[in-house]
Design a protein around this ligand. Structure first.
Ligand code: NOJ
Length: 569
């Protein structure tokens, strides 16, 4: 590829498979690689370019595979290395690529590296993880003796006491996910070697889990700093010590040199980066710096959070515009955006940002998709999003499985919060909403398994399923197919400049994309209120319809949840 040619992924759309919930081929109730292989037609019919596979490595499954105990094998729960090879071959034969999940901020506490590290303070791998004595003047296990006051992402302190040595180890996530010490060059080399092994096997890149957390702000004497106290909590916010830490660019540049340099341009790297700012993202994705191709930023999925994700506030559309607009502008000349509503960590977008009541579900799902796919950046479709899958109607706590949700419930209730309110927040925001099995058809368990699904299937699958949508031109699936095709065929969609319109409008989201004399006007009504199009955007009525999400029968009115892509004369 010539240096002045836009990278291939500027025109690409990625589809995320969360294998546990995608398709079960062996009747154990848990999705697997055999299941992914069975449904590749679904992906090629949709037209996506890349499959990002959430972790399938051996794992005790404390965090559904984001706790890896062997980086170079496949968990028998999901299949075998041979099936992974088959998947690579099958995807490549269809012109698609495979991106693996790379979870190297932490391992499982069952990874041989950690078992060795934990075995003795003299272990040669002791320094592969973050071991620290109790706070000065305190004994191991004393309340508040943890080396720092940081609160874990999954509730409680980020430190777990190892009784045998009297030292604590760091875990930013669950206690079964100890953080690797990237300060140690042996750790970095081991990770690079493992990554090269996967690329040599034929995988086409990595989605890098919380990769902006690998560099911690550690003093020359090994000291880690307390963070400011969190409102209403005994613990503090340590994020300044581990989000985009002092050596993060150095580590990513080294990884790029050691793993990717000299390989094909056809690879893809995307760094998941909670808390990343536009300015930082510009550095991470500036191709001349050799770090990553794009990042997942979290600003837009935090707009409905208060003091935490469980403190839910309705989204204000003008905040979303300000945020997306800033990202579009900030990465316009240098760097690249990735675009997403949904993934395995977010509740379903149609229930969160759309309107999943029966009369508006299809229209709001297609409206949200249009809005997202017409931005500049690489869109990511999360399994089931292309079908308009919605949040699950959880009855009680016993229906949740996610470690983050369950830990939060324990901590919040023991801190005195009303259990009914805690449960309500889980119903709306829990990651389990995204993790219910994909709805393939109207049969029992939605065609996902012949056994008992590990997480309940949404009862709405009798109506909302792939079989019902595949041949229906009016379906959410068909609309996604058209959006994906548009990015492939229209340069302006892939590469055009972005200009936000109507920044203060509370219900209508509008923008233009322009490239080489071609100008698209995109207008999306994110409400049940009908609008006269000419009053909103006088130039709109004269424009030609490129793609819309509702039947094309009243050009003058922008109906509830209607989205139109128009070509300006
Ligand atoms: C981000 C992943 O997307 C999430 O599912 C996981 O729990 C954490 N990182 C920890 O690996």
């Amino acid at each position: 590829m010539a240096a002045d040619q836009p990278a291939w992924w500027t025109r690409a759309v990625v589809y995320q498979v969360y294998p546990r919930s995608f398709m079960d081929s062996d009747g154990d109730g848990i999705g697997d690689l055999g299941g992914v292989l069975l449904h590749l037609d679904h992906l090629s019919d949709l037209g996506v370019d890349v499959l990002w596979l959430s972790p399938v490595y051996p794992s005790p499954q404390a965090d559904n595979g984001y706790d890896i105990s062997d980086y170079q094998d496949i968990d028998p729960l999901f299949g075998s290395l041979q099936q992974l090879d088959e998947l690579i071959t099958a995807l490549h034969a269809r012109g698609m690529k495979l991106v693996m999940d790379l979870v190297v901020n932490h391992t499982s506490d069952q990874h041989p590296w950690f078992l060795e590290s934990r075995s003795s303070t003299d272990s040669p791998k002791r320094d592969w993880y973050w071991w620290r004595p109790p706070r000065e003047g305190m004994a191991p296990g004393d309340p508040g003796a943890e080396p720092t006051n940081w609160q874990s992402f999954f509730s409680g302190p980020t430190w777990e006491l190892d009784e045998a040595s009297g030292e604590y180890y760091l875990h930013l996530f669950d206690r079964r996910q100890p953080d690797l010490n990237w300060e140690n060059p042996e750790v970095r080399q081991a990770v690079h070697e493992m990554m090269r092994w996967w690329l040599d096997r034929g995988v086409d890149g990595f989605r890098m889990d919380v990769i902006n957390m690998i560099s911690k702000d550690v003093g020359p004497d090994g000291h880690l700093h307390d963070g400011p106290p969190l409102p209403g909590a005994a613990l503090g916010d340590g994020s300044a010590s581990y989000l985009c830490g002092p050596r993060i660019h150095e580590f990513l540049q080294e990884m790029h040199r050691e793993v990717f340099a000299g390989r094909s341009d056809a690879l893809l790297t995307v760094g998941e980066m909670p808390g990343v700012t536009v300015e930082q993202a510009r550095l991470f994705t500036d191709p001349s710096r050799g770090e990553v191709d794009m990042v997942f930023q979290f600003e837009h999925v935090g707009l409905d959070h208060g003091t935490s994700k469980w403190d839910i506030h309705p989204l204000r559309l003008r905040d979303l515009k300000a945020s997306f607009g800033r990202w579009q502008a900030g990465l316009a000349d240098v760097g690249w955006n990735s675009l997403y509503w949904d993934n395995h960590d977010q509740p379903r977008a149609v229930s969160r940002f759309g309107d999943d009541s029966p009369g508006f579900r299809r229209d709001s799902a297609t409206c949200l998709a249009t809005l997202l796919h017409l931005h500049r950046g690489t869109p990511y479709v999360y399994q089931g999003e292309e079908l308009g899958m919605a949040n699950y109607p959880f009855r009680g706590l016993e229906e949740f499985a996610d470690v983050e949700s369950l830990n939060h419930h324990v901590h919040a209730v023991s801190a005195g919060h009303d259990p009914a309110e805690v449960l309500d927040a889980l119903r709306y925001m829990s990651r389990d909403n995204a993790r219910t099995p994909v709805q393939w058809d109207a049969s029992p368990h939605a065609g996902f398994t012949t056994g008992t699904p590990w997480l309940a299937v949404n009862p709405d699958h009798v109506e909302w399923n792939a079989a019902a949508q595949r041949d229906d031109e009016n379906s959410v699936f068909a609309h996604h197919r058209r959006l994906i095709a548009l990015r492939h065929t229209d340069d302006v969609v892939a590469l055009g400049d972005f200009t936000m319109l109507l920044p203060d409008h509370d219900e209508v989201y509008a923008f233009t994309r322009s490239l080489g004399g071609v100008e698209l006007l995109v207008v999306c009504n994110l409400s049940r209120t009908p609008y006269r199009l000419a009053e909103l955007l006088p130039e709109a009525p004269a424009a030609e319809l490129v793609l819309g999400n509702l039947p094309d029968d009243d050009p003058a009115e922008l109906r509830p949840w209607e989205a139109r892509v128009l070509r300006l004369p």
